[in-house]
Structures are given as structure tokens and as C-alpha cells.
Design a protein around this ligand. Structure first.
Ligand SMILES: N[C@@H](CCC(=O)N[C@@H](CS)C(=O)NCC(=O)O)C(=O)O
Length: 233
């Protein structure tokens, strides 16, 4: 019913986590971003930002034509609304889930992504850039740790807000972070990691791409240094 255009990165894992938790039938269409498959014209029709994940729902709620969605946050909201799962029905719980989803989309994801870039992938190790993103990741971990001090999950019940953040905490060592400094975050991390839906989602990733997060020099040439020139009019 759902086509998932996916690669084995944190933003991709968010969606397999949802689909596995919800038990929705889906088919994975791998988008090998290191090989430039995100630039294929058919993919760009549904994902104009040349980034995965994206989905196509062949059985949308209104019974009409298939609906495509890009941006992992929009996909999680779409799927939560479609299934009525993993977002609270009451306005306060719903606001909390959306706030923390946006926090991840605008903060944790981009900052941890730049952290990986400058600390691991950049050919030149620039201390200012590494410190900037390691420190900002550290601040964001502390914010999440505080949020989790008096609740089991980020927005109360397990929700799309947890699914958005978890895959970005998985590589905490690569981000220069130590979960011992964040006891509430560690407790939450272990709880999400042990969920059967999470286990199945990460098993699926190993099937699709046994290389996981390793990146070759060829991959880096495709991924880094993109300008507006990659966007064909
Ligand atoms: N804000 C987007 C970010 C998606 C994103 O950055 N995807 C990366 C992999 S994690 C990608 O497809 N990169 C391909 C490229 O850089 O060309 C989302 O959350 O969906």
C-alpha cells in the first residue's frame, strides 16, 4: 500500500520505525544516495529536494489518486494522521508531539548532521566547525535529557516525536557524546531500542544496505559540494 523510497540513514530509519510499529504494509524502493539515485527524474517528481525519504500512499484516506510525501517530518505526520497512531488525539498531547518533532527537524537533525560532516567526513579537520557542532549537539542532548526527566517518552506516550529523534541519537559516539552524561536520555534510548518495531526497522536496514553508514570517496563526491547546478530547470 505504501511505497517507501529509502536509504539506510537516520532520516530513513524514522519512517521504517513508524511503518514497523504501525504494522502498515510497505515496499522499500532503495535510493542509494552515494550512487546519485536521488537525482533520478522519477524520484525527483515526488522528492524535489533530491533527498530521501519519500513515500507514495496508493490508498489515501480520501480514496483518490495516490499521494506522495517528502520530508521525514511531513511523512511522520501524514502516517500518524492516516492511522490515528503515534500522535495524541487531545490537543495538548498533539501540540507536544508536533513541537518535539519540529525540534528534531530544525535542531537535532541538522546540527548532528553537520557534526558528522565536519568531525568525520570533511577532508580538512576544522576545529572551530567541529567544536561548534559537537557543542550544539551536546546542548540539544541536554535539552532532551531534561525533557525526559519526568516522562517516559518525549510527548508522553510513544509517538512520532520519539521516532524522529531516536535515529539521530544512535550515532552518539560519532557525535562526540557520552550517554552517561544524560541519564534520562539513556533510559529513553534503551527503551526505544528494545521495542520490537525498532528492532525490525534496523534489521530491514541491514538487508537493504549491509554497508550501513560507511561512505566511500566516490559516495562523498556525489554527496558533498552540491550547488544549485544539481537542480535541473
Ligand atoms: N529534512 C529532510 C532531510 C533528508 C536528508 O537530508 N536526506 C539525506 C540522507 S539523511 C539525503 O537524501 N541525502 C542525499 C543528498 O545529499 O544528495 C528530511 O528530514 O527528510
Amino acid at each position: 500500500m505504501i511505497d517507501l523510497h529509502y536509504w539506510t540513514t537516520p532520516n530513513g530509519h524514522k519512517i521504517t520505525m513508524f511503518l514497523e510499529e504501525a504494522g502498515l504494509p510497505y515496499t522499500i524502493f532503495p535510493v542509494n544516495i552515494g550512487k546519485g539515485e536521488q537525482f533520478q527524474p522519477d524520484f525527483l517528481k515526488i522528492a524535489p529536494n533530491n533527498r530521501m525519504p519519500a513515500i507514495v500512499d496508493h490508498e489515501p484516506k480520501d480514496g483518490g489518486e495516490p499521494i506522495s510525501v517528502f520530508e521525514s517530518g511531513a511523512i511522520l505526520i501524514y502516517l500518524a494522521e492516516k492511522t490515528g497512531k503515534f500522535i495524541a488525539e487531545d490537543i495538548r498531547g498533539r501540540v507536544a508531539a508536533l513541537e518535539w518533532l519540529m525540534w528534531q527537524m530544525g535542531g537535532l537533525g541538522p546540527m548532528a548532521g553537520q557534526n558528522h560532516h565536519f568531525a568525520i567526513y570533511a577532508p580538512e579537520k576544522i576545529p572551530y566547525a567541529i567544536d561548534r557542532y559537537v557543542n550544539e549537539t551536546n546542548r540539544l542532548y541536554a535539552v532532551l535529557n531534561k525533557r525526559l526527566a519526568d516522562r517516559e517518552f518525549v510527548a508522553g506516550e510513544y509517538s512520532i516525536a520519539d521516532m524522529a529523534s531516536y535515529p539521530w541519537i544512535v550515532p552518539y559516539e560519532r557525535q562526540g557524546q557520552n550517554l552517561d552524561d544524560f541519564p534520562n536520555l539513556r533510559r529513553w534510548f534503551n527503551a526505544v531500542r528494545e521495542r520490537p518495531g525498532t528492532i525490525r526497522a534496523y534489521e530491514k536496514a541491514k538487508e537493504v544496505n549491509p554497508q550501513q553508514m560507511q561512505m566511500s570517496e566516490e559516495d562523498k563526491k556525489v554527496l558533498f559540494g552540491q550547488t544549485g547546478g544539481v537542480v535541473k530547470a
